[in-house]
Design a protein around this ligand. Structure first.
Ligand code: SF4
Ligand code: SF4
Length: 415
């Protein structure tokens, strides 16, 4: 707190500056919502979590100031626990500040999705200057080409691409466990460290705690009057992908207590489930929620598919990670998982009392295009209304989207 005194900012309300001075302050007073320290108020927890979603944030700065490494990764199939167990911070690469993609357009195919273009652009512009390396996997062809181009055009000192099988069987599970052990050895060699079973076990427990807390938030969203919006939930999950998990868990625990004591939202018109690939813009969900559609659950990369399944804490850590990541709620990169995904969607619809589904489909994302085509058939069979929205990673065409969402919500209301 000495910096605060130095800056002599007593009685400043809600200043970001204060937050940057002391990002780790967990001394939270739920009754007043704002914490008072020496007459100074700091950000409520949700605002802190929103701050954490930025590509660069005080937690990353503080981590780097301690001389520690940060690795960026692209897909929910990368086991962050292995990175964390090496005392390296795993950061999910997102490119929220991207506005145009001349570099992405020049180096990636015209049919590459805009997420990959934006990532290449932002990496080339050194927006992730703090990264000490990139970890990827063969999750989809476009991510693979992104990885190639990063190596070629904006190389880091460490690159790793992991093989993830496209379907689950005893053989592929063995193969995947072997891939995990190779990845572990690569990190150990490159960063001159040792990842013991004990460290891996600790990381697994920490990440499982995070998953449990997020699930508790989702439980509250089942209520008739959920105490949190979908856009705020997306902010919270995104924060967890950008800061150390122990600090995230501490903030999340406080946030959960706060949410439990909040009055629920009852003035919505319909309950919406969102399905699709990468979605890290709370503004996208905000548009839907401003029109009266409360987002109550999802199957997206930065949603349930990221945290829903736990890692077994009782078996050997690498085996447990292999089993969890290969059998988790899958995305359509897993060729054998459609029926399970359709079942997961139907279970979610039932448990969260969903009125309608919105598919958000990134342009040129072939795997999701095919999947959504099949999921729509299932919804038709079950008589559940849906809306299929194609989108770019950069939020554009909000006007057209609003018109379509508004009509959809009117249809749901009329039922
Ligand atoms: S949709 Fe699937 S393949 Fe694409 S980033 Fe998400 S988890 Fe990875
Ligand atoms: S949106 Fe689709 S094509 Fe783009 S990275 Fe994700 S899974 Fe791959």
């Amino acid at each position: 707190m000495k910096n605060i005194t130095l800056l002599n900012i007593n009685n400043i309300i809600y200043t970001k500056l204060l937050f940057y001075v002391n990002p780790k302050n967990n001394n939270y007073n739920r009754e007043t919502e704002l914490l008072k320290l020496d007459g100074v108020k700091i950000m409520p927890i949700l605002e802190q979590l929103k701050e954490a979603t930025q590509l660069t944030n005080p937690w990353i700065n503080s981590w780097k100031n301690e001389g520690k490494k940060v690795l960026g990764y692209f897909c929910s199939y990368i086991p962050e626990e292995i990175i964390y167990a090496a005392d390296i911070l795993p950061i999910r690469v997102r490119a929220r500040t991207c506005t145009d993609t001349p570099m992405g357009d020049a180096y990636l195919s015209p049919t590459a999705c805009s997420y990959t273009r934006c990532c290449l652009e932002q990496i080339n512009r050194k927006e992730f200057g703090y990264l000490d390396g990139i970890v990827s996997c063969n999750c989809c062809d476009q991510i693979r080409r992104l990885y190639d181009n990063i190596r070629y055009k904006a190389p880091f000192s460490y690159h790793y691409i992991m093989g993830v099988p496209g379907y689950v069987s005893e053989t592929t599970l063995d193969w995947f466990k072997y891939e995990l052990s190779k990845f572990k050895v690569s990190i150990e060699k490159n960063f001159n460290t040792s990842i013991t079973d004990e460290k891996l076990g600790d990381a697994i427990r920490l990440f499982n705690n995070s998953r449990k807390l997020l699930k508790e938030i989702y439980e509250l969203r089942k209520h008739d009057s959920p105490p949190i919006t979908g856009s705020d939930v997306l902010n919270i999950i995104s924060a967890g992908l950008s800061i150390p998990k122990n600090e995230f868990n501490a903030l999340l625990t406080q946030q959960l207590e706060e949410i439990k004591n909040k009055e629920g939202i009852s003035d919505y018109k319909s309950r919406i489930m969102i399905i699709g690939s990468m979605l890290d813009e709370p503004e996208y969900l905000q548009i839907i929620e401003d029109l009266g559609g409360l987002v109550v659950t999802d199957s997206v990369c930065l949603g349930t598919r990221y945290f829903w399944d736990m890692v077994d804490e009782t078996s050997s850590p690498l085996d447990a990670l292999g089993e969890r990541y290969l059998s988790k709620v899958s995305c359509p990169r897993m060729t054998d998982g459609h029926l399970k995904r359709a079942q997961f969607m139907m279970d979610m619809i039932k448990e969260f009392n969903v009125d309608g589904v919105i598919f958000q489909r990134m342009k040129f994302c072939a795997i999701w295009w095919a999947e959504i085509f099949m999921l729509r058939d299932k919804l038709k069979e079950e008589g559940i209304p849906f809306l299929d929205l194609e989108r770019d990673y950069i939020l554009s065409g909000a006007g057209a989207m609003k018109t379509r969402v508004q009509t959809f919500i009117e249809i749901l209301e009329a039922r």
